[in-house]
Design a protein. Structure first.
Length: 314
């Protein structure tokens, strides 16, 4: 995606991903349609981009349904979603940036799998920016909740423990993953991720140094390696005071301006090749408030500037 205010129009494909089996809280299957109703396609078209909507995906036939970890639920449908999404993400990323409209964050196990394969075909390394309150670094053996939306990062970085999922075709190197906004990690996950090369910036660090410094350092690395960049945006990255429509609310998240700054910097960097929007649960929203905010943030990523925002009448 070319950066700067004069960026050329893009061919953007919207892909609905109504995944609702990775979480204990139902309702994320309505997320894709909520984003459509909130005007996502129209907002992107107003910026000059060419937008097509591929509709909603369906999972492949369920995979294995049993696991030695008795906490796991919906294993078969989850494996079916990962398989379907991997193929769909590879196809959708051929000619322009796809936006995957979730759906719970299990979706990223499949979307990253597909775009990693696409980056490999282009001869480029894939980087992943993980905007989330959680690290999602459990595997199928370590999860105690059994909620598989807590596993995608471990899966797409090639960790063991995912025999029930499709093989990851091109694991993302740990040193090419950066996390921003982390503020809810259990003890086992903290130990596991502490032994990796993943760059984790929690909210304490953001409070101390701001959100721009760690993001700029990561984006400089993406540019230096001429990489593709997948952004996985979980709604719980945002503070629940401004974005209540998520099942796993964690206080102390990114503010309105911090979130817009992230998106504006991503646009200026010009390296984003695909985007997830995860964990939007309209059942928990306040008259579409969160969906409208997410649409505005995505517009910032694709070129909407501060000066483009009209002042409301007093």
């Amino acid at each position: 995606m070319p950066g700067g205010a004069a960026a050329a129009p893009l061919d953007i494909t919207l892909v609905g991903v109504p995944v609702d089996c990775g979480s204990a809280y139902r309702g994320c299957l309505m997320g894709p349609d909520a984003l459509r109703v909130a005007g996502l396609a129209e907002s992107l078209s107003e910026l000059g981009h060419r937008v097509s909507d591929a509709g909603n995906l369906a999972p492949d036939l369920p995979g294995p349904r049993e696991h030695t970890n008795p906490a796991i639920h919906d294993l078969g449908p989850s494996a079916g979603w990962v398989s379907a999404l991997s193929d769909a993400a590879f196809a959708a990323s051929a000619d322009g940036p796809p936006i995957f409209l979730g759906g719970d964050h299990l979706m990223s196990a499949g979307t990253v799998s597909g775009v990693a394969r696409r980056a490999g075909k282009r001869g480029r390394p894939l980087f992943v920016l993980w905007l989330d309150a959680h690290t999602d670094f459990h595997d199928l053996n370590s999860t105690r909740s059994g909620n598989l939306h807590g596993t995608p990062v471990a899966y797409f970085t090639g960790r063991a423990g995912f025999e029930a999922f499709p093989p990851m075709p091109a694991p993302v190197a740990e040193e090419r993953v950066a996390m921003l906004g982390i503020r809810s990690v259990d003890a086992e996950e903290a130990t596991r991720i502490g032994g990796t090369a993943i760059a984790v910036t929690d909210m304490r660090a953001i409070d101390e140094v701001g959100i721009a410094r760690p993001l700029r350092a990561f984006l400089d690395r993406v540019a230096a390696e001429d990489g593709d960049l997948h952004v996985s945006f979980d709604v719980d990255f945002l503070d629940p005071d401004i974005a209540p429509a998520v099942g796993t609310t964690v206080p102390g998240g990114a503010t309105f301006r911090e979130a817009h700054l992230v998106m504006e910097m991503l646009h200026d960097n010009g390296r984003v090749t695909s985007l997830d929007i995860a964990e939007l649960n309209p059942f928990l929203d306040d008259r579409g408030r969160t969906a409208r905010l997410v649409v505005d943030l995505v517009a910032s990523l694709f070129g909407k500037r501060v000066m483009d925002r009209p002042t409301r009448a007093a």
